[in-house]
Write a protein that binds this ligand. Structure first.
Ligand code: B12
Ligand code: SF4
Length: 469
């Protein structure tokens, strides 16, 4: 008899189950838009499997509100697949153990960022049968067909270029499970994604590159992703136009860790995107030093390709802290890009056009940071005329140089049970988090405003802008 689950999983068609991971309830009654965003790793690997004739069913921890709701959805499968990131590791571990209890002969195959940067932690959990470190696109089919031919931990193989990746079949992504209320509230037109304040919905998220050549000590990127060619401009444009024809695109989010790199690729994007697409506004990331290096290219992209939400990892307004982070950016470079974007915004606004806005990534609570450093950071934020602050307490993730160091020194407060933290959670021993909470609440605004020629924003700028990290 076919089984039907009212919580977002449809009829059983296969003996292989892919479990989408995230906090329970995120697709039922989400706290915010980012929790609803879809997993490109899951989308890519399921697309490859289906194109090779291997059907998989899908369930999601985000589409249920309790483990009791999930349990019956795991029943009767021979194989469970999961993309595990550090922030989803506790959920993945619990799901794997539950799956084994329900299907003692079933196999649990995992990959993803956490499997790559913390395989020892995963090895200690018997419920994980096969652990793939690194990219999965070249191994997933063989792994699923013949798991026993792989050792318990093995290295995956990456495509040489993103040109080899198929276009993701987005209908293989999980659906919102909260019914019409949720779809109406978030204007979600699945399988495109809901709007989050960066541009009108429906939102098409897309990746054009995967590699970031910098080595900031708080980031995993360089320890994980091998050199890989960027997706050709024509393929990105074809995919966006296809999504628009099929579902109607409102705006685009370019999920690349670092969009503003490879000037030759960007010049081709500048030439083709305005001509061959509807010029949807988009969100994409840059670094202050590269903007200073190629300002003309940056200005042309903002103006001509409608790059209107500019994500910059400013992280800190203090040279001391930027050095601790090995950010390879200076205070002066940060202020250069702020001034440039403020002026660009004024110019476009005067012409009646939408001005660009910063998505400004800031970290507080960095080991070694003084109160004065933190005041400088908030002061820098206040010089941005149009800004959406994204502030987080520094989190020592495994895979990053500083993360490994703090874990080894016993200073990390993140453990296998609580990698995934909530905005106000404390992550490193010895940090005065109360000071930072007070800072964000505006208690030190007099200090922050000292040295500002014009005070454009009050403390409301950062109240409530602490994000999960
Ligand atoms: C887009 C993105 C986001 C988006 C969307 C997330 C989503 N739904 O996917 C948003 C903005 C919401 C986001 C948020 C966060 N993110 Co994020 N994000 C990314 C980013 C830039 C791209 C992810 C992606 O799509 N990659 C491409 C796909 C194809 O790769 P993949 O998923 O890794 O899958 C490949 C392999 O891992 C493997 N694989 C995966 N699964 C499996 C399974 C099997 C069986 C096998 C064999 C192989 C395999 O094969 C796949 C193809 O090669 C990555 C960095 C990166 N370059 O990957 C960070 C990254 C994943 N994020 C990270 C973090 C820390 C966060 C936040 C906590 C940051 C914050 N302060 O807010 C939040 C947490 C969100 C939450 N839910 O709580 C870290 C995770 C670190 C870690 N150790 O796990 C990363 C790696 C960034 C970094 N450099 O540190 N993120
Ligand atoms: S923080 Fe940004 S610039 Fe630094 S290594 Fe990570 S993705 Fe690259």
């Amino acid at each position: 008899m076919a089984t039907f689950f009212p919580w977002g999983k449809s009829r059983k068609r296969s003996n292989i189950l892919w479990l989408d991971l995230g906090d329970l309830g995120d697709l039922v009654n989400p706290g915010g838009p980012h929790e609803q965003w879809q997993d490109h790793g899951l989308g890519l690997l399921r697309t490859i499997l289906h194109q090779h004739g291997i059907q998989t069913d899908l369930a999601s921890t985000r589409a249920v509100t309790s483990w009791d709701q999930l349990a019956p959805q795991l029943r009767g499968y021979d194989m469970l697949l999961m993309n595990v990131r550090s922030y989803t590791y506790p959920v993945a571990r619990k799901a794997a153990v539950l799956f084994k209890e329900i299907n003692p002969n079933g196999l649990v195959l995992v990959g993803g960022m956490h499997a790559t940067v913390a395989p020892d932690e995963m090895l200690s959990v018997q419920a994980f049968d096969k652990i793939c470190m690194g990219a999965g696109e070249k191994v997933i089919v063989d792994l699923v067909k013949d798991p026993e031919s792989f050792p318990r931990v093995f290295s995956g193989e990456s495509a040489k270029s993103m040109a080899e990746w198929p276009m993701i079949d987005r209908e293989l992504w999980p659906k919102p499970a909260g019914g019409w209320r949720m779809r109406r509230r978030w204007k979600w037109r699945w399988p495109l994604e809901p709007e989050c304040g960066w541009g009108p919905g429906p939102v098409a998220t897309i990746l054009t590159s995967r590699v970031c050549p910098w080595k900031c000590v708080f980031c995993n990127e360089s320890s994980y992703i091998p050199l890989m060619g960027r997706r050709p401009v024509d393929m990105v444009i074809d995919e966006l136009n296809y999504l628009d024809r099929k579902y109607g695109v409102g705006s685009v989010v370019i999920h690349d860790s670092m969009f503003f790199q490879n000037p030759s690729w960007l010049e081709e994007w500048l030439e083709k995107y305005p001509r061959k697409t509807k010029r949807w506004t988009y969100w994409a990331a840059a670094r202050a030093d590269t903007v200073k290096q190629w300002p003309d290219l940056f200005i042309a992209l903002v103006k001509e390709t409608n790059w209107r939400t500019i994500s910059i990892g400013f992280e800190s307004g203090s040279d001391r802290v930027l050095k601790i982070l090995n950010k390879e950016v200076t205070e002066e470079e940060n202020y250069f890009v702020i001034d440039l974007v403020n002026r660009l915004g004024d110019e476009l606004e005067a012409k009646g056009e939408q001005p660009p806005v910063f998505w400004s990534n800031i970290m507080l609570g960095i080991p070694g940071e003084t109160r004065e450093d933190a005041f400088k950071t908030m002061r820098m934020l206040k010089t941005m005329k149009r800004v959406m602050p994204s502030i987080s307490f520094y989190a020592p993730y495994p895979g990053s140089a500083l993360g490994y160091q703090l874990i080894a020194e016993g200073k990390s407060l993140m453990s296998k049970d609580n990698y995934h933290r909530f905005p106000g959670d404390e992550k490193v021993k010895g940090i005065d988090y109360q000071f930072y909470r007070d800072l964000i609440a505006g208690k030190y605004d007099d200090e922050v405003n000292k040295g500002l020629d014009t005070v454009m924003h009050g403390a409301e700028l950062y109240r409530g802008s602490l994000v999960k990290a």
